[in-house]
Design a protein around this ligand. Structure first.
Ligand code: GLN
Length: 484
């Protein structure tokens, strides 16, 4: 018998005691997905046959199945980025994270739905249909890694990989009541991750507990040989984040509460109340709570808006119907072939971003937009360095509100863009951050809080997160989906 919503540790124990076989476990997860995913649409493809290199019995994730966001290359499989442009693209190599997962014995069960090219905050911008929130199927799960996060929250798999450019793992994790971890820029190789905004992109982890997230990050982090992502950092070979997780708040830890993040128009009072409860809990566990101001955080959304679009316009230039991507069959000239391939293939949101990105980089406008954004980013980095001299970690909301019903912002893309307000700061500065569940709103929708730390502080983030998790019930609460 496999319990519902099992932790990775529970599954490992059941496997070790031979209560379940690796095959039982894999089939169990596939069955759950086949049975319940029609209502959620977390998955674009559930695999039937598995790579012989995966599922080994030695390793941190031996036989443990998970899902992969569909912008990460798995050799021999389609990788669509939830776009018509790449609908028929087959990955010709494995991303470094996939190689590492296979070496650790993990099973990749399928490809998770997402916003097209990871652009969005609700997973409503997938070319293949929206994903829904397992807590209420009329609500969005958040995005852009909504498929990965909802599959974990729904209990289909214990872990999934997403990607983070401005908050795409943390925001849906908070809205679906699970843990989302965005690593330090460079901690995880981006080789095999389809680029959106390369200077911000990082692969992130979704899991139902801090412990499980730490375990998966330990597997995917660190060096690759040969080096294929020149921004990837070298780490000791025995990088194991779970070693330090004892459930005790580190002595003398100072957590800075970002005051200006609580006093912004648009932050729901209900979210503030739940975050205050989380702060009170952290204090009662022994953390020193220090109010701080981080004025440059207020520049985050605007800065992110410009830099992400600029890089996207350049990264997505390769999808022209020649080397990559679907090619239009209605074109009389070469120019029209390019133009038609791109307008037929890309969805509206992606096209809007390419156009904005091209504009902010264009001659005569680059100084006003792109260069100002880089200056603002520098200011944010400077302020971050200073503040981490005063406190060890920073506390902020993940999102200003709970999840919203599907279609709410169909006519208002600016409101969707503002979802990144509190999360994109960590991407712009390159620091790690974690979203941890901390309760429910009156509509029974989950909420999370966010901790950010200095570069390479994943260990500390997980220690504090695990101490909080050990003292609170939120990570043990799950949607009713499997009971109806
Ligand atoms: N919501 C952000 C965007 O749409 C985040 C995207 C991401 O992190 N991939 O750009």
């Amino acid at each position: 018998m496999i319990p519902e919503y099992p932790s990775i540790r529970t599954l490992q124990r059941l496997l070790a005691d031979k209560v379940i076989s690796p095959r039982d476990l894999r089939e169990h997860c596939r069955q759950l997905c086949m049975r319940y995913d029609a209502r959620l649409h977390t998955t674009l493809e559930l695999f039937e046959a598995f790579d012989t290199n995966s599922g080994g019995s030695a390793g941190l994730l031996a036989h443990i199945p998970g899902m992969i966001k569909d912008n990460i290359c798995v050799k021999g499989r389609t990788m669509s980025c939830a776009s018509r442009v790449l609908e028929r693209y087959t990955a010709v190599y494995n991303a470094t994270v996939i190689e590492k997962l296979y070496r650790a014995g993990a099973i990749v069960l399928g490809r998770a739905n997402m916003d097209e090219f990871a652009m969005g905050s609700s997973t409503e911008h997938s070319a293949f249909g929206s994903t829904r929130n397992p807590w209420n199927v009329d609500y969005v799960p958040g995005g852009s890694s909504g498929g990965s996060i909802a599959a974990v929250a729904a209990g289909f798999v214990p872990w999934a990989l997403g990607s983070e450019t401005g908050g795409s793992v943390r925001q849906p994790a908070a809205w679906c009541g699970i843990v989302g971890l965005k690593p330090t820029y460079g901690l995880v190789s981006r080789y095999g991750l389809t680029a959106y905004a390369s200077s911000l992109d990082q692969i992130g982890v979704a899991a139902r507990s801090v412990y499980d997230a730490a375990l998966v990050l330990s597997v995917i982090a660190g060096r690759e040989e040969p080096v294929r992502d020149s921004t990837a950092l070298l780490l000791p070979r025995d990088y194991l984040l779970t070693n330090a997780l004892d459930g005790i708040m580190p002595k003398g830890i100072r957590i800075g509460i970002i005051d200006n993040a609580f006093n912004v128009p648009g932050v729901s009072p209900e979210v503030v109340r739940l975050l205050e409860d989380a702060i009170a809990m952290l204090r009662s566990l022994g953390a020193h709570i220090v109010p701080v101001r981080l004025p440059s955080m207020d520049l985050g959304a605007a800065t992110y808006f410009v830099i992400s679009r600029a890089e996207a316009s350049s990264n997505l230039a390769r999808f022209d119907g020649v080397r990559y991507g679907r090619r239009s069959t209605h074109a009389d000239t070469l120019f029209n072939m390019y133009a038609n391939s791109r307008s037929e293939g890309f969805g509206e949101e992606v096209q809007r971003r390419i156009l904005i990105g091209t504009y902010v980089l264009s001659h005569g406008h680059a100084d006003a937009y792109y260069r100002s954004a880089l200056n603002a980013q520098m200011l944010m980095k400077e302020e971050t360095r200073r503040i981490f001299g005063e406190v060890d970690l920073l506390f902020a909301p993940v999102s200003p509100t709970e999840a919203f019903p599907l279609g709410t912002f169909a006519e208002n893309s600016l409101q969707l863009d503002l979802q990144d307000y509190f999360t994109c700061f960590a991407n712009l500065v390159g620091i790690p951050a974690i979203a941890i569940p901390c309760g429910f709103t009156t509509r029974s929708m989950p909420i999370g809080f966010q901790l950010m730390g200095p570069s390479m502080s994943e260990q500390l983030l997980c220690q504090v997160g695990y101490a909080y998790e050990t003292a609170t019930p939120w990570h043990t609460m799950h949607p009713q989906l499997l009971h109806v």
